[in-house]
Design a protein around this ligand. Structure first.
Ligand code: CLF
Ligand code: SF4
Length: 548
């Protein structure tokens, strides 16, 4: 299928409006994969039209900033799927696995709505209800749309969201608009069926199973058509792509270009999860996932600016809570029976207003820290130039510090602050920091070091491997043993920014680091690669964690 004209976010219309398709030759700021897209998950209100900002500002997946403060939940009402992906094995009762397709309980629409209302009452920052499996939301249209219909009456302030492989998408665009579902994720791993047939063994299409190249071609055409139809109707779309080394790694740059052309709002490139224990085709055939550096290289190649989502946690199909935490065990069907549920809209609004104040404080702190960093850099550059002009010797390190970009790991339990002890971390957030930015670029899951009040030293090497590409780790507190091990590995443990906003803390540390380089107190070295932990959390109650 041929590409349509380029469409910018500014041209996305409210639901129901027709799209003015621009001429292919210009008038649009989106430049596909070749340049900076018009917006991205790290952008703010100044980067997009107000009506788009209103849609994304409280959506933890569509706004990186929002994901520190707002939660989502999934209801597992969609068990069937109409295609097979080589990275998928849908499992039930895997409470200690966190990856797409895994759930503990399938729900009817009525059970789902009860659960949503209960969660929304308990977690006022839960702003988005998503249907993301464990199969495909649109391969189960009756259950998916019945859930949305019931919810519209009972929880009218929730944003509705679905995730789909796209095969059935063109058939349900009207229904999606009818229920005001204004966030749709399509998983698109290829735009070339020759690549696609390595990922999809079959699809179920028009009452028959189709295999090989033909299957991938049909899927590709349906995905592109569905994406174009949603853009034309003003529905925000996010494209999820699974990075499969040797299969579609470089090809994802082409995917990025094609989906941008068709008006996709965000592109989320995620690492393949393929442990043999998961029982997927890729897991069983030894197809590996990417390293942290491989993932970042493809993401960087796709972005000229901030058009990528990098904070995806590859959630379970019944996940509840902030991205990176999972509170689904608190809301099982038997526990719901015992709960006294009141949907208090005012309480939710008031809580969210408090979050907004905190969020603005975080933004202000970041801007102030950036201004400080920029002033320090300017002063350092002026001093270097003066020294150069005077033919005095300036250290090469002082020159190098001006252009530095490093990764910093952060221990946080939410709210956008450095507020978690090293030993309690199950996930580090990773920020890319320079004099002009502190940008969230990923997360690293780890096994919790502190078990039952004591450090488990056998876990330390795997924790260090997970953040081995970082120059520092910002924590609220850290013990002597992990401090020594991190220092020996070249990762600086930093605990003097407790409670501060992450970006400000990262920039303040960066300025200090540059000053130490310039003075010769430390020597800057490049870091190595890091290991991406495959999709499971440690179950503190004795569950088995999958191998790192
Ligand atoms: Fe769920 Fe997906 Fe909606 Fe978010 S998840 S349906 S857009 S509410 Fe988010 Fe989870 Fe990543 Fe999905 S972190 S797997 S991108
Ligand atoms: Fe699994 Fe989703 Fe692929 Fe279906 S579309 S096989 S549920 S990953």
């Amino acid at each position: 299928m041929q590409a349509t004209s380029y469409i910018s976010i500014g041209q996305i219309k409210p639901l129901g409006a027709a799209l003015d398709v621009p001429s292919a030759s210009g008038g649009c700021s989106t430049q596909g994969g070749d340049g900076k897209a018009s917006c991205g998950s790290s952008d703010g209100p100044q980067d997009m039209p107000q009506e788009i900002w209103d849609k994304v500002k409280n959506h933890p997946c569509y706004s990186e900033e929002a994901h520190h403060h707002f939660a989502r939940m999934h209801v597992a009402v969609a068990p069937a799927c109409n295609i097979q992906c080589n990275y998928c094995n849908r499992k039930y009762d895997c409470s200690n696995e966190s990856r797409p397709g895994v759930v503990s309980q399938k729900l009817t629409p009525e059970q789902a709505v009860r659960k949503v209302v209960a969660v929304a009452s308990e977690i006022p920052q839960m702003t988005v209800l998503g249907i993301a499996g464990p199969g495909d939301a649109l391969a189960n249209p009756a259950k998916t749309f019945e859930t949305f219909r019931l919810l519209q009456a009972q929880a009218p302030d929730l944003k509705l969201c679905i995730s789909t492989n796209g095969l059935a998408l063109p058939d349900y665009v009207d229904e999606i608009c009818k229920y005001n579902v204004d966030h749709v994720t399509i998983t698109i791993n290829m735009v070339d069926p020759a690549v696609g047939e390595k990922i999809y063994p079959w699809i179920f299409w028009q009452h028959r199973r189709v295999t090989g190249y033909e299957a991938a071609k049909i899927l590709h055409e349906r995905q592109m058509l569905g994406l174009e139809m949603l853009t034309a109707r003003g529905v925000l779309t996010k494209i999820n792509s699974v990075l499969i080394p040797g299969v579609n790694d470089e090809h994802l740059i082409e995917v990025n270009r094609e989906v941008k052309k068709r008006g996709a709002f965000l592109h989320n490139i995620m690492p393949l999860i393929s442990e043999a224990e998961h029982g997927t085709v890729f897991g069983l055939t030894g197809q590996r996932g990417p390293t942290a550096a491989e993932l970042k290289a493809v993401q960087d190649a796709c972005m000229g600016g901030a058009n990528l989502m990098r904070h995806c946690r590859q959630c379970r199909a019944d996940a509840v809570g902030l991205l990176g935490e999972d509170r689904s065990e608190e809301f099982t069907l038997d526990k719901l029976e015992q709960m006294d549920v009141v949907y208090d809209l005012d309480k939710r609004k008031s809580y969210q207003a408090q979050v907004e104040v905190e969020r603005q404080a975080q933004q202000a702190a970041k801007q102030q820290a950036l201004a400080n960093a920029s002033a320090l850099q300017a002063a350092a550059a002026a001093a270097t130039a003066t020294a150069d002009n005077a033919a005095t010797t300036t250290s090469p390190a002082a020159h190098a510090a001006h252009d530095l970009t490093v990764l910093v790991a952060v221990a946080t339990k939410g709210g956008g602050r450095v507020n978690e002890h090293f030993g309690h971390v199950t996930e580090f957030q990773v920020f890319e920091v320079s004099a002009s930015k502190a940008l969230f670029v990923g997360h690293r899951r780890v096994d919790q070091y502190c078990q039952g009040g004591a450090g488990d030293d056998e876990q330390l090497p795997s924790v260090v491997r997970a953040i081995n590409d970082c120059h520092a780790v910002l924590v609220a507190k850290i013990g002597a043993c992990p401090r020594d091990e991190l220092s020996a590995a070249g990762v600086e443990p930093v605990d003097q920014y407790v409670g501060e906003f992450i970006e400000k803390a990262a920039l303040d540390w960066f300025n200090d680091y540059c000053a130490r380089i310039a003075s010769g107190a430390v020597v800057h070295h490049s870091r190595g690669d890091a290991q991406i932990r495959q999709g499971a959390y440690t179950n503190l109650n004795g569950g088995v964690a999958l191998a790192a």
